[in-house]
Design a protein around this ligand. Structure first.
Ligand SMILES: [Zn+2]
Length: 190
């Protein structure tokens, strides 16, 4: 069952509910999200197909630097999705807090130029939406059986450590130094 906080939010902002997956999904500020109940956290999952490597690196740095403020449990970037998990302690997040987080996350996606409406498989624009791996995203009908172009793979490789092939999850570990300079640049622009 979906928690009552998620159900309440879905009702208020006209999102869909899927009891079987304990999730709600819909559009927030033009970005697509699936929100799930976890044990001690809420998961916010959004497609980021078509994202540029620099923007993806900047989002990682943002999340790393705002871990405390966001009450981040952890985050994961793979298969063209960004999954941000927010801690819940004694009290579950209220529907207002969940909505505030959607506002915050969609703001980050917009700030870092994450394209909305790009197909989860090919990264090209489409207005067709659906569920892929039970997560809400844009998706060409004809792409469903094609191989995914993974915009989230290998972007974190530093010069001289390119071994994406053997380590598909290499992206989750970053060397901090070079990235920090990159974020500062982004911030100045913003
Ligand atoms: Zn496509």
């Amino acid at each position: 069952m979906i928690s009552k906080q998620l159900a309440k939010l879905a009702g208020r902002i006209s999102w869909e509910k899927r009891d079987a997956d304990e999730m709600i999904f819909g559009n927030y500020n033009d970005y697509l999200f699936s929100v799930l109940d976890g044990k001690g956290f809420k998961a916010f999952i959004t497609p980021i197909a078509g994202i540029k490597p620099d923007d993806l690196a900047a989002i990682r740095i943002y999340l790393d630097q705002h871990e405390k403020e966001l009450r981040l449990f952890n985050y994961e970037i793979s298969d063209n999705f960004l999954c941000v998990r927010i801690k819940e302690r004694l009290m579950p997040m209220s529907s207002d807090q969940i909505e505030a987080m959607l506002g915050h996350l969609s703001g980050i996606l917009s700030l870092y130029d994450v394209p909305a409406d790009t197909c989860i498989i090919c990264g090209q624009e489409t207005k067709t939406r659906g569920l892929f791996m039970a997560l809400y995203c844009s998706l060409h009908a004809e792409c469903k059986d094609k191989e995914m172009i993974d915009f989230t793979a290998g972007q974190a490789s530093q010069p001289g450590t390119r071994d994406d092939e053997e380590q598909p999850d290499a992206g989750s570990e970053l060397e901090p130094e070079a990235e920090v300079a990159d974020t500062n640049e982004k911030r100045d622009e913003a």
